[in-house]
Design a protein around this ligand. Structure first.
Ligand code: PMP
Length: 410
C-alpha cells in the first residue's frame, strides 16, 4: 500500500498513470491578478447581456418549469435539437433534429466517441498540434495518436497521404482522423475547400472515419463560411458542435451529428454516463436561440476577438525576435507561435510566470513530445491593453533567454 495514496493498488490499469501535468500546477500560480494570462481558452462572456439571459431563464421557468426541472430523454430535448439544426444551417449543414444527440459540451461528445470507437492500441490520426482536451479524452482509452503536420493552410493533405500509406505498409490501419478544420485549436488556421476535398478523398481511399470538431466555425474574422466536411461526406464524417463559443460554455450544451447506427449507440452511452443532459440548460439554450438575435451576439464575440488578435499580432511583430513565426489566425481564440529552436517553451514557462505572463507550452498539444519550441497564446479573454503588456513581457523574456543561450554557446 502506498503511503501517499492508499487507493493506488485499486486503480484500473489505465488510470494508474494519471497525473496532473506540471503545466497545470503552474497555472494555479498564473491565476494571480498580476499575471497576464494568455494561457486559458475562455470566451469573454461579458459580451452577453446577463439581464437578458436572466429574463429568458425566468420565462422558461414560468412557462415550462415542470419540463425544465424534470429528467429528459437520452438523445436531448427535441425542441433544442430543432434549434441546433438552425444553428448548423448558418454553416450550410442540413440535418434533422433526429440526426443529433445532445451532449454536455463538445468535450463529452469526444469522450463518448472515444468510448464507442477506441480500443487500447488503436491508431488515431490527428493534426499536429491538436486540441489538448481531445488528446486527453482519447488518451483514456490508450490509443496511439499519430500526428500529421500542418502549415498556414491547416492539415497538409500530402502529409496525410504519406502517413496513411506508411501506416498501411506497417499494418497499422488507423480507426479515425480527428480534425478541427476551422480556426483550429491551437494553430488558429483553417482548411480551404480544396484541402477539405483532398482529405475526404484520402479518407475514402483508406476507409477512414473522420471526426470533425467545429466549435469555432462561426468566429470567422472575415465573416466567411467554410463548407463543413460533413456536408461533403455525411456517411463518413461525425460532426461535433457546441454552444460554448457562440453563446456560453456555462450552459454545457454540445451535440453530435452522426449516421443512425452511431447515434443510437451514442444515446446508450450518454444514458450510461449521466442519464440525460440537464433539462434546465437545454430549455434556456433553446429559448435563447428561438427568441434572441443570437447571430448579433456571435458577431460581437467575433469582432472583439478580431480586434484583440490584431493587437496581439502587431505587438508580436515588434516585441518578439525576428525568427519567431506566427500564422495569422483566420478566426477563433488562439495564435500559435514558433520560436527559435534553442528555446524550450516548457522550460521557459516558470520564468514567464515570474515575469508575470502565462501561455500554454506547445508540447501540451502533441501526444508524441513535439511542440517544444512552440506556444499557444489566447486572445479572447484578456483585454487589448493586457494582451499588449503580456506580449511585451514575453518578448523581453524571450530576448533574455536567447542572449543567455548564446552566452553559454548553445
Ligand atoms: N473541441 C475543441 C477544439 C475545443 O477547443 C473545445 C473547448 N475549448 C472543445 C472541443 C470542448 O468545448 P465544450 O465542451 O465547452 O463544448
Amino acid at each position: 500500500m502506498s503511503v501517499l495514496d492508499p487507493h493506488l493498488a485499486r486503480y484500473a490499469a489505465r488510470a494508474k498513470g494519471m497525473t496532473a501535468s506540471e503545466i497545470r500546477a503552474l497555472f494555479a500560480v498564473a491565476s494571480r491578478p498580476e499575471v497576464v494570462s494568455l494561457a486559458g481558452g475562455m470566451p469573454d462572456v461579458s459580451v452577453l447581456d446577463y439581464d437578458q439571459v436572466a429574463a429568458v431563464a425566468a420565462e422558461v421557468m414560468a412557462s415550462q418549469g415542470d419540463v425544465a426541472l424534470q429528467y429528459g430523454g437520452g438523445q436531448g430535448s427535441p425542441e433544442l435539437r430543432e434549434q441546433l439544426c438552425t444553428v448548423m444551417r448558418t454553416e450550410h449543414v442540413s440535418a434533422r433534429p433526429d440526426d443529433l444527440v445532445v451532449t454536455a459540451g463538445g468535450q463529452q461528445a469526444l469522450d463518448l466517441l472515444a468510448r464507442l470507437f477506441i480500443d487500447a492500441g488503436d491508431v488515431i490520426v490527428a493534426e499536429g498540434p491538436s486540441y489538448v482536451g481531445a488528446l486527453s479524452a482519447f488518451g483514456q482509452y490508450e490509443p496511439h495518436i499519430v500526428h500529421v503536420p500542418m502549415d498556414e493552410g491547416g492539415l497538409i493533405p500530402e502529409a496525410l497521404a504519406e502517413t496513411l500509406d506508411r501506416l498501411r505498409d506497417e499494418g497499422r490501419t488507423p480507426k479515425m482522423l480527428y480534425t478541427i478544420p476551422n480556426h483550429q485549436n491551437p494553430a488558429g488556421v483553417s482548411l480551404d475547400l480544396e484541402r477539405r476535398q483532398a482529405i475526404l478523398r484520402l479518407a475514402e481511399d483508406h476507409d477512414l472515419m473522420v471526426i470533425e470538431d467545429n466549435p469555432y466555425g462561426m468566429l470567422d474574422f472575415k465573416h466567411e463560411t467554410r463548407t463543413p466536411l460533413v456536408t461533403l461526406a455525411p456517411e463518413r464524417v461525425i460532426y461535433i458542435g457546441t454552444l460554448s463559443k457562440i453563446f456560453s460554455p456555462g450552459m454545457r450544451v454540445g451535440w453530435v451529428l452522426a449516421p443512425r447506427s452511431v447515434r443510437d449507440r451514442l444515446v446508450l452511452l450518454k444514458e450510461a454516463s449521466d442519464l440525460c443532459q440537464s433539462n434546465v440548460t437545454q430549455a434556456i439554450a433553446e429559448a435563447w436561440l428561438r427568441t434572441q438575435p443570437w447571430m448579433d451576439q456571435v458577431r460581437a464575440f467575433t469582432e472583439l476577438y478580431r480586434e484583440r488578435c490584431d493587437v496581439m499580432l502587431a505587438e508580436i511583430e515588434t516585441a518578439f525576435p525576428a525568427e519567431a513565426a506566427v500564422a495569422a489566425p483566420t478566426g477563433g481564440l488562439f495564435a500559435w507561435v514558433s520560436l527559435p529552436p534553442a528555446i524550450d517553451t516548457g522550460a521557459m514557462l516558470p520564468r514567464a510566470i515570474n515575469a508575470r505572463v502565462a501561455y500554454v507550452p506547445g508540447r501540451a498539444f502533441f501526444a508524441d513530445g513535439g511542440g517544444t519550441q512552440q506556444m499557444r497564446l489566447n486572445f479572447s479573454y484578456a483585454d487589448s491593453t493586457k494582451i499588449a503588456e503580456g506580449i511585451r513581457r514575453l518578448g523581453k523574456l524571450i530576448g533574455e533567454e536567447l542572449t543567455l543561450l548564446e552566452a553559454f554557446g548553445r
